[in-house]
Design a protein around this ligand. Structure first.
Ligand code: ZN
Ligand code: ZN
Length: 382
């Protein structure tokens, strides 16, 4: 019995509780092991809707989605194995890739240096007005170097790295962006019948999931897991950049009837929709109380709609996303819809013992993006 408990502790913490850790290790916080963080069932009940949709597509003789969800994780896995170099074989948290490749906002270099070097930053929270509502979770993705900072300093670097301009929680701008994203997705997907639209959403959704779990091995993922109750559309620069990339292509898709334009517009709008759902999974009733038009009525309607769609397993629920944030941080990557979760998570097993540089991460992302566009193009052509 005692042995079983000891084995369980070892599984969760990555160290044996029977042997006192050496002095050097005593300074670092106990974290969940990489094996624990990446563990998940081969199929989760929340994937039911999209697995049924996939089964129907195969029944109809259409295998584009099936091919994509098998090939993309395989290619990503092989690339990660080839490009990566040996890292910390025992503590997956130290294999973090020290780069932030986001186009919307990139973590300031001194903040990244603070995380990796353990020295506090000079900036204070006043550098990020409106960020008082941001909470903090001691993520097991954080490298041991961050343990040299106290919890307040860890929260600060996560806040500084996450975004440049925070909006007040449940702002009207966030609400407007949610409604805009839903509207443009409707405009673009009306070009297809429901069968093709489902194929596009399935391929794009699965791709967004694997991109998310890949980014979780870099600075942007780590800081979101630290400052965890922040969605993309709680930050001004993410709203601006997504409007800038989506609006021109959506307008073009209305006037230009080329398949490639429709495919690119679908990709951009579904990405916005994924950010909407991810943002909403980080909202509570308290956040929206009395906010926005009608004294909170419109926000309430948005939140209820999200909950109903999540209950039908069409989109990711708040509870499902919480599993990813607070338990298995290297698994359950769905932000728009739970689909292909096992293969997407397991494709990144090289990061349990290996790491790579920013250039390598960018190459993997590029190959996956090109593959997604190619499959989307073929999926709507047939
Ligand atoms: Zn994540
Ligand atoms: Zn999240």
């Amino acid at each position: 019995m005692a042995d079983a408990k000891m084995a369980e502790a070892k599984k969760v913490n990555g160290t044996s509780s029977a042997v006192p850790p050496p002095a050097k290790q005593r300074q670092v916080a106990e974290k969940k092991s990489g094996e624990y963080m990446i563990s998940c069932p081969p199929v989760h009940t929340d994937e039911l809707f999209w697995l049924c949709a996939l089964a129907y597509q195969c029944y109809c003789g259409d295998y584009w989605v099936l091919s994509f969800i098998a090939i993309e994780p395989l290619i990503v896995h092989l690339l990660c194995r080839m490009i990566s170099k040996p890292g910390d074989p025992d503590r997956a948290c130290n294999n973090i890739i020290p780069v932030d490749l986001r186009k919307d906002f990139s973590s300031p270099p001194d903040v990244v240096a603070s995380m990796l070097g353990g020295k506090p930053v000079e900036a204070t929270e006043s550098a990020r007005p409106n960020s008082q509502w941001v909470k903090f979770f001691r993520t097991s993705l954080a490298p041991d170097s961050m343990d040299l900072l106290d919890l307040k300093a860890q929260r600060l670097v996560c806040v500084l790295a996450q975004g440049g301009e925070y909006l007040p929680k449940a702002s009207n701008t966030t609400l407007a962006m949610i409604l805009y994203s839903v509207a443009i997705t409707g405009v673009v997907l009306r070009n297809y019948g429901w069968f093709k639209a489902a194929k596009i959403v399935a391929i794009t959704g699965a791709h967004i999931n694997i991109m998310h779990i890949l980014r979780d091995h870099s600075i942007s993922g780590l800081t979101h897991h630290g400052a965890h109750n922040v969605g993309e559309f709680d930050k001004a620069e993410f709203i601006m950049s997504n409007v800038k990339t989506s609006l021109p292509i959506v307008v073009a898709s209305v006037f230009i009837d080329w398949p490639v334009v429709h495919v690119m517009a679908s990709l951009q709008t579904i990405k916005c929709l994924a950010y909407v759902n991810h943002t909403l999974t980080h909202y509570t009733r308290v956040d929206i109380k009395g906010k926005g038009p009608g004294g909170g009525v419109l926000w309430e309607l948005v939140l209820r709609t999200q909950e109903v769609l999540a209950a039908c397993k069409i989109i990711t629920s708040k509870q499902y996303h919480a599993q990813h944030h607070f338990h298995n941080e290297m698994a359950y990557p769905a932000i728009l819809m739970p689909f292909n979760e096992y293969l997407n998570a397991k494709s990144l097993t090289p990061f349990l013992t290996r790491t790579m540089d920013g250039k390598g991460l960018m190459q993997v992302e590029k190959v996956a993006n090109v593959m997604c566009v190619a499959f989307l193009y073929q999926a709507v052509a047939y």
